[in-house]
Structure formats: C-alpha cells, structure tokens
Write a protein that binds this ligand. Structure first.
Ligand code: SAM
Length: 280
C-alpha cells in the first residue's frame, strides 16, 4: 500500500514530504484516513483529491485531526474529499465489519495479528476479549474455529452494538457473546475461572487490568495475550522489564512467555504482544 500511495502522490509532493504522509495512511472500508503533518496542511486538499481520484474503491478522504484518545480510543476527523460520511463496511480475513470510524476504534493494521491469534485457538476453547472494539478478534476467531466460544467485552455502547451486529452478519452470533461494560467488573461478575485464552488489545491499560485477565483463566491455566507500547528494544529486554510489573492474584504459575513486535506505532515505539502461558 505504501508504495502505491507514494506513486500516486509523487506528482504533488516532494520525496521528503512523501515519507511523512505515507506512514500515516489507512484505508477502512471505502474511507481513507490520513495523518498530515502541520507543514503539509496547506496541501491537504490537493493530497486528498489526488488520493480520491487515484486509489481504487476510496469514496471519502478524512484527515486524522487529533491523537487517538479517551476511554473509547477515538480520534477527531476532518473531512477533506469525497463523500462526507464516516460509516463504512470493512472486509478482513473473510469477515465483514460495519462501523462508524468516528464512534469506535478500529485499526486495519492489526489484521495479521488477528489472524495469528485465531490460528492459535484450538477446538472448544473459551476466549475472552477484554477490549473487543467492534468485535474484530472475536469474530475472526469464531469464523475460523467453529467450536470456540468468544466473549467480547467493551465499555463503549456503540462498539458493543456493532459487535452484536457484526457477529450477526458474519453468522457467528451463536459463538460470539457481546458484553457491555468495564472488562474488570464484567470478569468479576460473570467470567471468573472460565477462559482458556484472554486477549488484552488495549496497550495503554493492559497492565492495570492484567490481574483480571489471570482471574478469568480456568483453574488449570491458559494463555493471556498482553499488548503493550514500548520503546523499540530487543524482545528479551521487553520480557525482563515487564515480568516484575505483572500482578497475579491467583495460584497459577507462569509456564512460558514469548514476545513479538506487532507493528511500529511511532518513531522508535513498538506495539508488542506477550503471549503468557499459565499452568496450575
Ligand atoms: C485499542 S481498542 C481495541 C480494538 C479492538 N481489539 C480491535 O482489534 O479493533 C481498545 C478498546 O477498549 C475499550 N475499552 C476501554 N476501556 C475499557 C474498559 N475498562 N473495559 C472494557 N473495554 C474498554 C475501548 O472502548 C476500545 O474499543
């Protein structure tokens, strides 16, 4: 995608300018979302029109006008070109996801990671996603592992509604159970000692909620996938630094930890995932 965008914008931007724009470009359904550095703001209309004209299937172009922030992880968007709507349908790994990109978090950049997790899930597993957004991880797992049971928790009522709807349109509503509320409280109220696998795809809060993730695991153990943002460094160092921060209120013991970089999220900042296996 990066190369294609570079070629498309090569006529209107310098090589230096191109680098900044290309790294901040996403397509969600038929909507392009682009980060434009302040120095290039005078060219935002030109950039947006060029993308609209040349990127296949893009019908609207928006600028990300604020960092992703707040409890629901939302961003402000400025309409730049094409249709003025933020509602779309995104296709990923054979599933359809309907969403308003202004009302719920979604990143197409996690598609590879979602598939990786789905490939780890075994028959009959119970999987709890503590920060499910519009249901992406849970629905892809449910589609691929027909005997899995997936709890998809989110505190954002709109994300919860979209998980219900997306589970229905992907015909996995019998094995994706959307739950609205705080992940910690929801686990305490109804999911203690119930899961084979717990997903924590919310790097900013994952460590705070880690004790709940362990409490959600079955008495004989299971796996927690913990997502964090860290300064770029060898994964062995990430493991060494993270281990003392993991609070475990159960009798389960850590059996193994693996860490991998999921994607770069800023200059020398990575999103990593720690796959932590617990045993009794
Ligand atoms: C980074 S997004 C996760 C996106 C999703 N997993 C995906 O792949 O698209 C974090 C999500 O956590 C939700 N969230 C924030 N605080 C929460 C809490 N205390 N309990 C449950 N969900 C929460 C937000 O509403 C947001 O949808």
């Amino acid at each position: 995608m990066g190369r294609l965008i570079k070629e498309i914008l090569a006529d209107v931007l310098t090589t230096e300018e191109l680098k900044d724009v290309v790294s901040g470009f996403d397509i969600i359904g038929d909507i392009a979302v682009i980060k434009i550095p302040d120095t290039l703001l005078p060219k935002k209309g030109l950039i947006a029109q060029t993308l609209l004209k040349n990127v296949k299937n893009v019908k609207a172009v928006f600028r990300q006008a604020s960092p992703i922030s707040g409890e629901y992880r939302l961003m402000e968007l400025e309409h730049l070109a094409g249709e003025n709507r933020t509602y779309t349908e995104h296709k990923e790994s054979g599933c359809r996801f309907i969403l308003d990109i202004q009302k719920a978090y979604f990143s197409p950049r996690l598609s590879g990671e979602r598939l990786r997790i789905a490939s780890l899930v075994k028959d009959n597993e119970v999987v709890v996603n503590m920060f499910a957004g519009i249901g992406t991880f849970s629905i892809i797992i449910a589609k691929q592992v027909k005997t899995s049971l997936n709890y998809a928790i989110d505190v954002n009522p709109y994300a919860y509604e979209m998980t219900l709807r997306n589970a229905f349109i992907n015909k996995v509503d019998d094995r994706v159970i959307a739950l609205l509320g705080d992940a910690g409280r929801t686990i305490e109220n109804r999911l203690l000692s119930s899961a084979d696998r717990v997903l924590m795809p919310f790097p900013e809060r994952a460590l705070d909620y880690f004790p709940y993730a362990v409490r959600a695991l079955k008495a004989d153990g299971g796996t927690v996938h913990l997502y964090l943002h860290v300064k770029s460094k060898p994964v062995s160092e990430v493991i060494d630094e993270t281990l003392p921060k993991l609070s475990n209120p159960t009798k389960l013991k850590i059996d193994s930890i693996n860490c991998k970089v999921v994607r770069e999220v800023g200059p020398r900042i990575d999103q990593v995932v720690l796959d932590i296996e617990f045993a009794s």
